[in-house]
Design a protein around this ligand. Structure first.
Ligand SMILES: C[S@@+](CC[C@H](N)C(=O)[O-])C[C@H]1O[C@@H](n2cnc3c(N)ncnc32)[C@H](O)[C@@H]1O
Length: 158
């Protein structure tokens, strides 16, 4: 493998592209589940950031969900904080209820979200729009673009 390779990083659904020399970090979400819990007690995200493994601890029962696998907002903000400061735009190709988008709005990052289920797309748009309505005075806002589903299957030649 060449010494410098462009890698795609996947952070609990947040995808971004970074230039790195090798893959050497995991981001781990400790869901604070009891030992006898039937589902996973943690989620691990493979990551090409050059830093040691990091752990975020927050109970999976500590927040309300509009999506069955909705991530907690503090987790997504923590993930985004792991990225280099000059990372200004984030693409989540599995947007679900839009938690990554809400985190981006609150952190002054541009956001591109993709979601195939219309129901969750609507929920994401609503959550992101509400986040724009509640700006943080200390964060430089990004300009919202009107969100609408893209038709990936129609093609019009210019
Ligand atoms: C794990 S959930 C994301 C949850 C999200 N992080 C949240 O906090 O709500 C993954 C989402 O990806 C969507 N999905 C799966 N395959 C897809 C595809 N090929 N294109 C777009 N969305 C897809 C699913 O409908 C689901 O809502």
């Amino acid at each position: 493998m060449p010494s410098s390779v462009r890698q795609t990083t996947k952070l609990f659904g947040v995808a971004t592209t970074l230039t790195c020399r090798r893959i050497n970090a995991f981001l781990i979400w400790d869901k604070r589940q009891p030992e006898n819990f039937s589902l996973a007690m943690c989620e691990m995200a493979w990551c090409s950031l050059k830093k040691p493994a990091k752990m975020f601890r927050l109970s999976v029962t500590s927040y309300k969900k509009q999506h069955p696998t909705q991530k907690p907002l503090p987790l997504m903000k923590w993930c985004i904080n792991q990225l280099p400061r000059n990372c200004r735009a984030i693409c989540d190709p599995f947007m679900g209820s839009g938690t990554t988008g809400v985190a981006c709005v609150q952190m002054g990052k541009r956001f591109i979200g993709i979601e195939r289920e219309p129901k969750y797309f609507e929920i994401a748009c609503k959550r992101i729009s509400e986040a724009y309505d509640q700006p943080d005075l200390f964060v430089m806002p990004t300009l919202p673009e009107p969100a609408k589903p893209a038709d990936l299957f129609s093609f019009s030649a210019a």
